[in-house]
Design a protein around this ligand. Sequence first.
Ligand code: SF4
Length: 370
Amino acid sequence: MKYLSEYRDPELVHQFAEELHRITTKPWTIMEICGGQTHSLVKNGILEMLPKEITMVHGPGCPVCVTPIGIIDEAILLSEMTNVILCSFGDMLRVPGNKKSLLEAKAEGADVRILYSPLEAVTLAQQNPDKEVVFFAVGFETTAPANALSVVHAAKMNVHNYSILASHVLVPPAMEAILGDPENKIDAFLAAGHVCSIMGMEEYYPVAEKYQTPIVVTGFEPVDLLQGVLMAVHQLEKGMFEVENQYVRAVQREGNLIAQETIHEVFDIADRSWRGIGQIPNSGYELNDEYKRFNARIKFDLGETAVDGTNECISGEIMKGLKKPFQCPHFGKKCNPEHPLGAPMVSSEGACAAYYHYQGVEEEELTEAV
Ligand code: SF4
């Protein structure tokens, strides 16, 4: 398949791996931002192909994982209102809130529906004029254009019974929060290719310069990832800190201007709380004044977002690259995909789920982790 099979070419993968072994002389810690990249690295055995000097750590780029417990509680609260249909992407349903998950609320009778697009939620609102339809708009810059478009569409169609519960987060402020952490040990980043296909690369130049850290915009297939790591290590070995683009087939420096325009029509940049990490200034989107009538938080008078309760999950340390999933004392024991304690074990982009599904739970690791 064009644009796919050539990026899974074993010969090319081995060439890049050999080149990496040849040029790597020092220990380097590289963070892949996106949970999709984490899954590809673990699933395709790429971690085992890297030189022993290179440590890959897994970043905060799993939208489900970083959605605060307080916002999940808000979604549950909305779903339990008699007149509300709460719509969400499937991954969000099993993520635990402070007391229960959306799936448990659904089992108790709440009208919770899984949709594949926010535009479907607008149609649902048109079909159910006596109900309020709320879309749980979670995600990074990648899902923001579709969510923004749903609001523009609802406004144009005079659909007054549609709103969104927005929990949008942005990648560059999270990278800065990680790099500014006193415990930071990241030498280079693989930036998420799909985010950059929307937003472009401009925001990354000041970050690379300020923290003297190479950033390589990278795709998701084995060849992409090995080439991305190779480009990062080339820079690190030469003491460079530039922004490079490995994912040239999808990313242009300026990004998708039409998608950005749609985002900026509907959203303002706002402070945002990240699950396990805390508040990061200017790290999210919130509906602007012109579209605030579509803001479920205002429409249903939800007030301040509840703070996260105590939780045994150490997802924050994992998403900041300070620990690996198997270093969590609950990994594979008290926490597993059937009974997740935290979102990284639930989501298809979660690092804990990737290790659990593709690397298994080795006795040695569990002993080490306890
Ligand atoms: S193994 Fe479970 S409890 Fe531990 S960090 Fe991962 S999701 Fe959280």
